[in-house]
Ligand binder design. Structure first.
Ligand SMILES: [Ca+2]
Length: 84
């Protein structure tokens, strides 16, 4: 049995699956810890995708300065990090 075609297909699937993720996490506007919304130490595809078309702004919440990450499509925040 020739396994070269199988390895080629697996490599292609890996590239197709991984390349978009690598593009998403290479966004130099955000750090790894900013994109790790649930703070579990890993940026999932879903978390990285949230930041694809987004911006950040400084807001004040309960007297604390926070960084709010919002979607360009509707301006609604999807993640907020406040200083202690
Ligand atoms: Ca995470």
């Amino acid at each position: 049995m020739n396994i070269k075609p199988i390895i080629s297909i697996l490599a292609l699937l890996l590239i197709i699956g991984v390349a978009p993720y690598l593009v998403l996490i290479s966004d130099d506007r955000y750090s790894w810890s900013e994109m790790d919304i649930n703070q579990n130490g890993f940026v999932s595809y879903g978390e990285a995708y949230e930041f694809l078309d987004s911006g950040k702004r400084i807001v004040t919440s309960n007297g604390r300065e926070c960084v709010e990450y919002y979607a360009y499509k509707d301006g609604l925040p999807f993640h907020t990090i406040c200083t202690e």
